[in-house]
Write a protein that binds this ligand. Structure first.
Ligand code: AQP
Length: 381
């Protein structure tokens, strides 16, 4: 990470297959950020658990998300792309920040209210404290900037408040992050209910274009997109279905909505839907090719995941260690990353027999797939 560059933190949940909304609204815009910023992109799998996940599908979505990040152009060499759950510091700082977040603040979160209404049978504590975990995600990496859509502004505000509260008690521990407002990105709406945003967890398959949909599927879904009976391609709120298609076409072709309206003047909805489908399918084709190559190359993907998890953990643990110290938690003998250097070994008294166990847990070494091996020397007196 370059010291001259600011740090940007962002991520997505592994709650389903990525949609065109996730791509045009976020992923596509992240690609060139690394030229100007140190970037961390998380697979926010702990957040995803706030909604019940099918374990097998969840695992698949998380891996697919990683491959899609890379296929879309995020570089695991230039950026840090990692799994949130592989860096335990997230959950740990999340808990500590829970203790610095007031219920009154959490009660105000509109996302909690929306998600509670949507998942009335599973209004869990994780859903409620989601913003504290999100604050931990950002603060662990001392992020300066966080790309946020309108729906996340409230969470970022809360993150700033909690960080300021913590800093006011313990000194400058956390960087206070600002929102990053880059190029305005498209908000993609559902193809079946254009008043609602396109979401990866939507159960209506015709409502979403998945990044992995083949050309025929993409075109079929656009043909079925809900429009209106005006038979007029105009960019206005009264025609939300057509407005959404114009926005999508405009984002993919980089034309303005006015240029799109002009291009299709006098044409029928059928022709327009076909053109949108063709344009989106062409945009997705190279990404899909890369995605399939990455998934096939299992060793390469595993290696990238390991290296990036480790890079993230080193940064996260640096902050976590500082936080532990500030709040007065007892020193640890072991932080997996970064390897401990010169700190003296600690003697841990054992039970009544007067014996003690001296633990010297030294640097971690990654051995195989998901295994982190720790060298542990136990001496008994
Ligand atoms: N329809 C959308 N249009 C534009 N941007 C979108 N994003 C999501 N949907 C659209 C952006 O994609 C990123 C994904 O964030 P997330 O996975 O953390 O959660 P989300 O916003 O809740 O995304 P989904 O797809 O709607 O997931 P579910 O169905 O699980 O709720 C964010 O940057 C978001 O702005």
């Amino acid at each position: 990470m370059s010291e001259e560059k600011k740090t940007i933190y962002s991520g997505m949940q592994a709650t389903g297959n990525l949609t065109l909304g996730n791509y045009l609204g976020a992923l596509k815009n992240w690609v060139n950020l690394h030229q100007d910023y140190n970037c961390l992109f998380g697979i926010m799998d702990l957040h995803s658990l706030t909604v019940r996940q099918d374990p097998a599908a969840f695992k698949k979505h998380a891996r697919s998300l990683y491959a899609l990040y890379v296929a879309a152009g995020l570089s695991p060499e230039e950026n840090i792309i990692y799994y949130q759950s592989h860096v335990p510091a997230h959950a740990e700082l999340g808990w500590i920040l829970d203790c610095f977040t007031y219920m009154g603040e959490l009660n105000r979160m509109t996302q909690f209210k929306d998600k509670s209404a949507k998942h009335a049978d599973n209004i869990n504590a994780g859903l409620y404290t989601y913003p504290a975990l999100m604050a931990a995600d950002i603060l662990l990496y001392q992020a300066d900037l966080v790309p946020v859509g309108a729906d996340q502004k409230q969470h970022l505000e809360l993150c700033r408040d909690v960080a300021q509260r913590f800093n006011s008690i313990y000194g400058d521990v956390f960087t206070i992050p600002d929102g990053y407002f880059g190029k305005t990105s498209a908000k993609v709406m559902s193809l079946q209910e254009p008043e609602k945003k396109m979401s990866k967890s939507d159960e209506n398959l015709n409502a979403t274009i998945l990044l992995t949909d083949d050309k025929d599927t993409v075109i079929r879904k656009f043909k079925r997109a809900v429009t209106d009976s005006e038979a007029n391609i105009a960019y206005r709120d009264e025609q939300p279905g057509i407005k959404n298609l114009i926005n999508i076409y405009s984002a993919v072709t980089e034309k303005t909505p006015e240029e799109v309206v002009k291009e299709f003047e006098g044409k029928g909805y059928g022709d327009f839907k076909m053109a949108v489908g063709e344009a989106v399918a062409s945009e997705l084709a190279p990404l899909q090719e890369r995605y399939n190559d990455i998934l096939k190359n299992k060793d390469y993907l595993d290696q990238m995941i390991r290296t990036n998890d480790e890079k993230a953990a080193i940064l996260a643990n640096k902050t976590l260690r500082k936080v532990h110290k500030k709040v007065g938690l007892t020193d640890r003998v072991y932080y997996p990353f970064p390897p401990k250097k010169e700190e003296p070994k600690e003697e841990v008294p054992a039970a009544d027999d007067g014996a003690y166990v001296q633990m010297s847990l030294t640097a971690t070494k990654i051995k195989d797939k998901d295994t982190i091996t720790v060298k542990e020397n136990k001496k008994r007196k």
